[in-house]
Design a protein. Structure first.
Length: 579
């Protein structure tokens, strides 16, 4: 087929779909639009997928097979785009199919209106159910950004597969699929719709989306990638200064308990519209009582209702400033102690040098404490994020979950080098915080057992580019065993993806010296005979990293037996502030 006759290039990424690829390709080779090419990109299949496609190639010269090593769907689609020769490009997943007049109707509509994108309805099939998703009633052409996003139902169905795109649109705007995450289609589709001169809807022809068992959309762990992709979309829209009406605000599709992203369904007049509130919490309004502490719920609800009466913009709902020029993020996981957060903020400003940003992620399980911590952060212009996950009864596991939430919802969005510093660590000497990672990929407080070792995330620093592709897990490792101090096992889950590859002797780490602050002396052997746990809570603190830091130990005021020590610690901190 001559290149100038190819009207649509159909790209089909395929991976181990021997049971489904036949039906997909049958629907393509029998299209009423004959001037198409069908590019199947086999993503390293280990079954008979490539063999089945090859048989189609022999019988129809419009079918092409490209083989690549397993690089995921995004790279397969990009590879197909590189080899495409059509005026327009369409994407079909290898377990889906389309009506026989699908590409003819989309192509004719796109040409009729000289539109960059033509959009069809689609039907989802799975679990014995069939459901039409967009309910397109007539041919509609839209050109403004708000109407384009509404017509494509971007907030609810951001898929690339029920559309065709002018190839020049992709080339001119350098549009490709991200290759390092699942849910890459959200980002691609958002950008394509944004840059398109217009979008035209085409009724009465359908894309059939088959939701098969064990597909990636059902895989455990993919949900967080959805969240990350959604945040990338929000970041893009914010950079472009896009203002959308309330009905276009994005809803992340995972529930509150896992990812802490909230959408409100407002009943008065806009029952089907979804809203993103501060990029933080996702629940339906009816279930809000189960998801948020009462005081926090009232505050959020009041603020949302005040904003919803105005025209809403992306900046109104984007809680963290992602456009600052800082080099390193210092993350504090707060827990029920506003007073030590206030001390930490003041001491950071007095002693820490370097281009850093202080971010407080609050894991408090007491409403009053959380509200006070928020007020302290806001009054000091410190970024505050509420860790919106269930807080289990065990403090240690809660700490690990909060760290994971922060890693996915803050660190991976900002992409800065970062350090985790618990709320009871205080700088007491002046130094440049960037020095920790100037020549190191990792730095921190080492904990070890007989089987494993790790950097304790109560005080640890990481170069983002070094760890970004690792599947980090800041919860407890299964082989850690029992430890006497709550929270000490947090971060041990990173033994497999990170620390097992290191020689512990080559890891730069902090020095640590215990000090009995109650009796104003170093501890001796007799001190420990009464029991390590009571003694460490009631008397001991630590000087960290050549006495650059004071670690108060067990600084949360909910520990009743550290009251005397805390009084002394607060006096010490006041003295450091006044020196």
């Amino acid at each position: 087929m001559r290149e100038d006759l190819i009207k649509v290039s159909v790209i089909v990424p395929a991976y181990n779909v021997e049971k489904y690829i036949q039906k997909c390709l049958d629907s393509l080779i029998n299209q009423t639009l004959k001037e198409i090419e069908i590019i199947v990109v086999d993503d390293g299949s280990s079954d008979k997928t490539a063999e089945i496609v090859s048989s189609f190639c022999k019988n129809d010269d419009r079918v092409k097979l490209i083989k690549q090593k397993n690089k995921k769907q995004g790279e397969a689609r990009n590879n197909g785009i590189k080899h495409s020769e059509g005026e327009y490009i369409g994407f079909i997943d290898s377990d889906d199919w389309v009506d026989l007049d699908y590409f003819e109707k989309l192509y004719n509509a796109a040409k009729k209106y000289d539109s960059d994108i033509a959009l069809a309805d689609y039907v989802r099939i799975g679990n014995g159910k069939t459901k039409k998703r967009l309910n397109l009633k007539k041919e509609i052409l839209v050109t403004d950004i708000d109407s384009k996003f509404n017509l494509c139902k971007q907030a609810k169905h951001p898929c690339p597969t029920n559309k065709i795109y002018r190839k020049d649109l992709l080339i001119k705007n350098k549009l490709t699929f991200p290759v390092d995450i699942f849910c890459e289609d959200k980002i691609f589709t958002c950008k394509a719709v944004y840059f398109a001169n217009s979008v035209v809807s085409v009724p009465n022809t359908f894309y059939y989306y088959f939701r098969r068992p064990h597909s990636t959309v059902l895989t455990k762990g993919v949900g967080q990638d959805k969240n990350n992709a959604q945040q990338e979309v929000l970041k893009f829209l914010r950079e472009k200064n896009v203002e959308l009406k309330s009905s276009c605000f994005w809803a992340v599709k995972k529930n509150y308990k896992k990812f802490g992203i909230l959408w409100y369904q407002i009943k008065e007049g806009i029952k089907t519209e979804k809203h993103l509130l501060f990029g933080v919490i996702k629940v339906k309004e009816k279930s809000l009582a189960k998801a948020l502490a009462r005081a926090e719920r009232k505050r959020l609800l009041k603020e949302f209702k005040e904003k919803s009466s105005k025209k809403l913009t992306i900046p109104d709902f984007y809680s963290t400033d992602y456009n600052d020029s800082s080099n390193i993020d210092l993350i504090t996981i707060a827990f029920n102690n506003p007073k030590i957060i206030e001390y930490q903020i003041k001491l950071y400003r007095k002693f820490l040098l370097g281009n850093f940003k202080h971010i407080v992620c609050d894991n408090s399980n007491q409403e009053e404490s959380a509200l006070k911590i928020r007020e302290i952060c806001e009054s000091n212009n410190i970024t505050y994020r509420r860790v919106t996950i269930d807080c289990p009864s065990g403090y240690s596991d809660s700490h690990g979950r909060a760290l994971n939430w922060t890693y996915h919802n803050v660190i991976k969005l900002r992409k800065n080098d970062f350090g985790f510093i618990d709320h009871d660590f205080f700088p007491i000497k002046q130094f440049n915080i960037e020095d920790y990672l100037r020549e190191n990929n990792l730095y921190g407080f080492i904990r070890k057992t007989k089987k494993i070792w790790f950097l304790w995330p109560a005080f640890s620093f990481f170069k983002y580019d070094y760890v970004k592709k690792l599947k980090l897990n800041f919860r407890k490792h299964k082989d850690f065993g029992f430890f006497h101090h709550a929270g000490a096992d947090s971060g041990s889950g990173n033994w497999g993806p990170l620390y097992s590859k290191y020689d512990i002797s080559k890891i730069p780490h902090v020095t640590c010296e215990f000090f009995d602050v109650v009796n104003n002396r170093k501890p001796n052997e007799e001190d420990y005979k009464t029991g390590y746990e009571p003694y460490i809570q009631e008397n001991l603190s630590q000087f960290i990293d050549d006495s650059k830091w004071l670690h108060s130990l067990c600084g949360a005021e909910w520990r009743n037996n550290v009251g005397k020590k805390n009084e002394i610690i607060y006096k010490m901190l006041e003295d450091y502030l006044n020196t």
